[in-house]
Design a protein around this ligand. Structure first.
Ligand code: URA
Length: 212
């Protein structure tokens, strides 16, 4: 397996990591560790209680998140909210963030179409997620999808095979993986979609059970 820390050349951090969420938000706006800042409206950092025991990590802000400056407020966020409510996980007790802080996309006409961040971009942004982890110090970190898992664990993780496991992370948190909410929106077959959604609910309940 390729270790994320060694897999790509990135611009090194030139300043000390911020120690507060407000400081981190300001620092991300000035981030030049990769080129994504140049095409995004703003950097989008995490949101939620500074002492949350549960952290949910997505991939990157989407079109609506880029404009609003807040994570998970678009269609994927609505799916996440619905699932959290059904799984009885209070969203206001979770810190919700992303592996990559700027929206990567390509223009098709006037539409901004999501593009998956590459390993170099995930690596470049990892310091910001690590800073959020060390400020919030969650007990449980849920990686939503493969990009988040790559950043949280520092190596590729097979989501299907790794669900429902609590994996020890070096910062004392437990890491859990599950599907990304956008994946649930994309599954074309109704039966497969219902199955994936049920699995997602199980995983959210599993993670919340570890917090309690
Ligand atoms: N998808 C993500 O991974 N994060 C967001 O904030 C929105 C969509």
């Amino acid at each position: 397996m390729v270790s994320l820390a060694r897999s790509a050349s990135v611009r090194p951090a030139t300043r000390e990591e911020p120690e507060t969420l407000a400081g981190l938000r300001a620092a991300v706006q000035a981030c030049r560790r990769c080129d994504l800042y140049g095409h995004a409206t703003q950097g989008v950092t995490g949101e939620g209680p500074a002492q949350a025991r549960l952290m949910l990590v997505g991939e990157q802000p989407g079109d609506q998140e880029d404009l609003a400056g807040r994570p998970f407020v678009g269609p994927a966020g609505q799916m996440l909210d619905k699932a959290l409510a059904e799984a009885e996980v209070p969203r206001d007790r979770a810190f919700v963030t992303n592996a990559v802080k700027h929206f990567k996309h390509e223009l098709r006409g006037k539409r901004r179409i999501h593009k998956t961040p590459n390993t170099g971009e995930v690596t470049a942004c990892r310091g910001w997620l690590d800073a959020e982890r060390s400020i919030v110090r969650p007990r449980v970190i849920v990686a939503l999808g493969a990009t988040a898992a790559m950043s949280v664990f520092g190596k590729p993780v097979a989501i299907g095979a790794s669900r429902q496991k609590a994996m020890q992370l070096p910062d004392q948190a437990l890491g859990v993986v599950t599907y990304h909410p956008s994946y649930l929106l994309r599954v074309p077959d109704a039966v497969a979609k219902a199955k994936a959604y049920a699995a997602f609910l199980e995983d959210l309940k599993f993670a919340w059970g570890l917090v309690a």
